[in-house]
Design a protein. Structure first.
Length: 642
């Protein structure tokens, strides 16, 4: 590999990384023997694996998939026996599958997770306590570099590629001008437009697409798996990739000293879009997993202060993602050999990490297996990075399925407040009995969102916030296809858990810190959906319709909200919830007032039937038949079932 002129500081033993959530749709490929194999990708950048729809672990070698062998230490390797779908397996395959010790394989990952929690991962401290987060106000400039490989070029020449991604990042029209060409754009807007809209114009980042560079090695060199000092697996060699990209850009005339806005000696951000496909959407293992991060140091490990130093500035914070969406299998089988440009959802997700937002999906295998409640498609920092339809052709039939990232979910009210763009109002006990209106915050800056604290303490860490999801702007796809109405979200904020260096918001099983309070009482995790899982994909997608209020089941009240971490119930009911002309209205009351009785018109729904809830606010149906003994809230009154 070409010798780098840039000064490498220390030895990169490990890197603090926040990776994209894996694309979870089933994929069907043709094995080298001509037979079809269907599988799913699971996990994220730190821990991911491939399994058939009936749960058989697979190992990819080249373009083909083999039955995985698990050794006594829980490590995976190829058995050398080609994998097939159930019903087409040889006796040899069946024997090998029976020998797969999945408990050891997953226990190996859990041991690594436990060690990380015990010791903690420490982000490198910056001189004078300066933050290395990318600014989130004004019009800062981010350096964007485009890089292809010896064996994987961009789909277009350098000039066209640069123009494509300048549109992708900076165009302020409703839809970039190249929308008619799938390799140029299918996104509904640009990255800059997304953040302009999220901030109501207070944050207008500029993305300087400064150079197209051509790396000296094949993609597999940079996409190689490696293990850090705890044995935790990583899917890409950023210690090789980032320095070489930066040096080549410098050689091409890029002046890195122009990208340090606060003059602290560090480039604010280097974001690289690389040619080809990424691992997170099912491409080969030797590709790169989209991610963002910084160098880090473990307490017992060696330290490095940056990737490299160029033009007197240190390169520290980075982000990377792929040129193309999905993977070669989908391109061949579903898109008739027509490559699709990547959705901006992936860029918006990784760029949000660079500004300080954590992941809201569970990032450990333990929490994922438990289906720990999170945000799913309702949040960009969870599945919302993949919002938007894919149009696929299977056996000559066209159909649509979620997963493109072409219409990413808008920031929630919490994220906008966290970044200082819009403050939520607080509903207090003094507001009890008042009719409250919710106008979508996606419609205009005059939209409303509210926080409700269990004890009226605005400094409390545990609360809920409510907002109105409607088909405006970036949430048009979400509201039209997944559900619309009043969305209630539970929060238990902890600075450590929400920090990038820890990034464990929803990893404590049974004690999520950021999750939806579903109107119908059912929140299905993407990790529990799919073939051979608790729920089918169709059930998973259909479940979103019941999350907002009134929602698909016309649930017009929320009587009690469980405070997950404190173990108490917040009894500040939201009553007479209505959705009319895209506006939500409700009455806010406290429990002492609700026990005096609700107006006669609210005692039944429109059909004259009962509406029954548990004391923690879960809707349990319209009939007392079959209910366990206990206290319930029936049409607004506490009732004892004996």
């Amino acid at each position: 590999m070409k010798k780098l002129i840039a000064i490498l500081i220390g030895v990169l033993t490990t890197i603090n990384i926040w990776g994209a959530k894996a694309f979870s749709e089933p994929l069907t490929i043709t094995q080298k023997d001509g037979k079809l194999l269907t599988f799913q990708l699971h996990g994220d950048e730190h821990f991911n694996y491939i399994a058939t729809t009936d749960g058989v672990l697979l190992c990819r070698v080249g373009k083909d998939y083999y039955i995985a062998a698990i050794d006594e230490n829980g490590k995976m390797s190829s058995s050398g026996v080609l994998a097939h779908n159930a019903g087409q397996r040889t006796e040899e395959e069946i024997v090998l599958i029976g020998k797969q010790d999945k408990d050891k394989f997953f226990a190996c990952q859990k041991a690594i997770e436990t060690e990380e929690v015990k010791r903690g991962m420490k982000r490198i401290s910056m001189p004078n306590g300066n933050s290395t987060l990318f600014p989130h106000t004004g019009s800062p400039t981010a350096l964007v570099l485009l890089a292809d490989f010896k064996d994987v070029p961009f789909k277009h020449d350098d000039a066209t590629t640069k123009e494509i991604f300048n549109q992708y990042l900076n165009a302020m029209d409703t839809r970039p001008t190249h929308a008619s060409d799938a390799t140029l754009s299918k996104n509904i807007g640009s990255v800059a437009k997304y953040f302009y809209d999220m901030s109501y114009g207070s944050f207008t980042p500029q993305f300087d697409v400064a150079a197209v560079v051509h790396l000296s090695e094949n993609m597999s060199v940079y996409g190689e798996d490696w293990e850090d000092t705890y044995g935790r697996s990583h899917s890409s060699r950023m210690d090789l990739f980032i320095p070489e990209v930066c040096q080549l850009a410098h050689d091409a005339g890029v002046d890195f000293s122009q990208y340090d806005e606060n003059d602290d000696g560090y480039v604010d951000l280097v974001y690289v879009i690389f040619a080809g496909y990424g691992t997170s959407t099912g491409a080969d293992e030797d590709t790169i997993w989209p991610q963002s991060g910084t160098p880090i140091v473990y307490p017992s490990g060696s330290q490095t202060t940056c990737f490299c130093k160029i033009d007197g500035k240190m390169v520290f914070r980075y982000g990377v993602h792929s040129e193309l969406n999905f993977n070669p299998t989908m391109t061949t089988n579903y898109f008739n050999e027509d490559p699709q440009i990547n959705g901006i959802g992936l860029f918006c997700h990784e760029f949000s990490h660079c500004m300080g937002l954590p992941d809201f999906y569970p990032t450990t295998k333990t929490a994922q297996d438990a289906g720990n409640p999170a945000m799913e498609f309702w949040d960009l920092m969870d599945g919302g990075e993949y919002s938007g339809f894919i149009t696929v052709t299977i056996n000559g039939t066209e159909r649509k399925q979620p997963g493109s990232g072409y219409n990413p979910t808008a920031y929630t009210a919490w994220e906008r407040e966290y970044l200082g763009w819009k403050e939520m109002e607080v509903l207090k006990d003094e507001d009890s009995g008042q009719r409250i209106e919710l106008v979508s915050i996606d419609k205009s800056v005059d939209g409303t969102a509210y926080k409700i604290f269990p004890d009226d303490d605005e400094n409390g860490s545990e609360y809920v916030f409510i907002q109105n999801i409607q088909p405006y702007g970036w949430n048009s796809w979400l509201a039209n296809n997944m559900g619309h109405g009043m969305l209630v979200t539970y929060v238990n904020y902890d600075a450590t858990a929400f920090s990038l260096s820890y990034n464990r918001v929803n990893n404590t099983v049974g004690q999520s810190r950021m999750t939806i309070v579903p109107a119908d009482g059912q929140l299905i995790s993407s990790y529990l959906s799919g073939s051979n899982k608790t729920y089918t994909k169709n059930e998973y997608y259909a479940s979103f319709l019941g999350d907002p209020f009134p929602g698909s089941q016309n649930i017009n009240e929320l009587l009690s909200i469980p405070m997950i971490w404190s173990g108490t119930n917040m009894e500040k009911p939201l009553l007479k919830i209505k959705e009319e002309n895209n506006i939500i209205s409700f009455y806010y009351q406290t429990l002492p007032q609700i026990t005096t009785g609700i107006s006669e018109t609210d005692k039944t729904d429109d059909s004259g039937t009962l509406r029954i809830y548990t004391l923690d606010g879960r809707y349990v149906g319209k009939s007392t038949r079959g209910l366990a003994k206990g206290v319930y809230v029936i049409n607004g009154k506490k009732t004892v079932i004996r």
